[in-house]
Design a protein around this ligand. Structure first.
Ligand SMILES: Nc1ncnc2c1ncn2[C@@H]1O[C@H](COP(=O)(O)OP(=O)(O)OP(=O)(O)O)[C@@H](O)[C@H]1O
Length: 263
C-alpha cells in the first residue's frame, strides 16, 4: 500500500467572504501522477499556490513527506523537494540552454556565487546539466540561445531546471497552455517519462490530457473538493458532471477520452 507524500487537511484560503479554497482535504500518494481539475473559478490556481507556498492557507494543514509545511516558504518547500515548474520569466533568454540549466544545478548544489558565472568551466556541473537536458529532450539544443527556443521547448527547459533541483514532487500549473497540439503531445510524453519516484501534481484545463496522464484526480468546484479518485471514478461522478455542465450549459460533452465509452 502506497503512503501519502502530500496530505491536505481542511485547507482553506478565504479572501474576505470569498471562499476561493474551502476546507479541502485529500492525499497524493508517493510516485503518483495526480491531477487537480475543476471548472473556471473553481480554486485550482489558488490551491496550487497554497500547496507550492506562494500563498498561505487561512486554515488547515499541509503535510509533505511527513513534515508539516503549512507555514513554510516556497523556497523552504523547494529545498524539501516540493518544486513547482519554473516560469518563463525565470529563464535567462540571452544565455544558452546549457547555462540556464547549469545555473539551476549550481544553485541547487549550493556552490558559491561568482561575479562572472562560468558553469562551462566545471566538468561535473556540465555532465549533470547534459543529463538533465537529455532527459527533457534538449541535448541537441544545449548551445542554442534560450531566447531562440519555441514556447514548447522553453517549457521543456523549465522541466530540466526543475530536475536540477532533485525534486520529490513537481507541481505543474497548466503546462499545456499556449502550446500547439504537437508540443502538448511531446510535453505529456516528457511528464510521463519523468523518473517513477518523482511524484507529479498537475493543474490542467485539458481533460483529455488529464485522463491520459493521471492515475488519480481531485475535482474542485466553487472552492470545495467535490470528488477524488481514479480517472474512471471521477468521470462517472454525478457531482463532477453537474459542475462541468453548469459551466458549459450542456453544450459540450463532458469528457473526451480518446475513444473510450465516455463522451
Ligand atoms: N488574489 C485574489 N483576490 C481575490 N479573489 C481571488 C484572488 N485570486 C483568485 N480569486 C478568486 O478566487 C476564486 C478561485 O480562483 P482561481 O483562479 O483559483 O480558480 P481556477 O480554478 O484556477 O480558475 P481558472 O480555471 O479560471 O483559472 C475565483 O472566484 C477568483 O476570482
Amino acid at each position: 500500500m502506497s503512503e501519502a507524500l502530500l496530505k491536505l487537511e481542511g485547507v482553506s484560503l478565504h479572501y474576505g467572504s470569498l471562499k476561493a479554497v474551502d476546507d479541502v482535504s485529500f492525499e497524493v500518494e508517493r510516485g503518483a501522477r495526480h491531477a487537480l481539475i475543476g471548472p473556471n473559478g473553481a480554486g485550482k490556481s489558488t490551491l496550487f499556490s497554497v500547496i507550492g507556498g506562494a500563498r498561505k492557507a487561512t486554515a488547515g494543514t499541509i503535510t509533505f513527506n511527513g513534515q508539516d509545511i503549512t507555514a513554510e516558504s516556497e523556497s523552504t518547500r523547494a529545498r524539501a523537494g516540493l518544486v513547482r515548474t519554473f516560469q518563463h520569466s525565470s529563464l535567462f533568454l540571452n544565455m544558452s540552454v546549457l547555462d540556464n540549466v547549469a545555473l539551476a544545478v549550481e544553485g541547487f548544489e549550493g556552490r558559491p556565487w561568482r561575479f562572472f558565472p562560468s558553469p562551462r568551466a566545471d566538468r561535473k556541473i556540465r555532465e549533470r546539466t547534459m543529463e538533465h537536458l537529455t532527459n527533457v529532450g534538449l541535448a541537441d539544443r544545449a548551445g542554442e540561445l534560450c531566447g531562440n527556443l519555441s514556447h514548447g521547448e522553453r517549457r521543456q527547459l523549465e522541466v530540466g531546471m526543475v530536475l536540477a533541483c532533485n525534486p520529490t514532487m513537481v507541481l505543474f500549473d497548466e503546462p499545456a497552455a499556449g502550446m500547439s497540439a504537437a508540443e502538448t503531445h511531446r510535453f505529456m510524453d516528457l511528464i510521463e517519462s519523468l523518473p517513477a519516484d518523482v511524484t507529479v501534481l498537475i493543474v490542467e484545463h485539458d481533460l483529455d490530457l488529464v485522463f491520459r496522464l493521471a492515475q488519480s484526480v481531485s475535482v474542485l468546484a466553487a472552492g470545495r473538493l467535490i470528488a477524488h479518485g481514479s480517472p474512471a471514478e471521477v468521470r462517472e461522478d454525478e457531482a463532477v458532471k453537474v459542475a462541468y455542465l453548469g459551466e458549459s450549459e450542456g453544450a459540450e460533452p463532458l469528457f473526451y477520452s480518446g475513444g473510450s465509452d465516455v463522451a
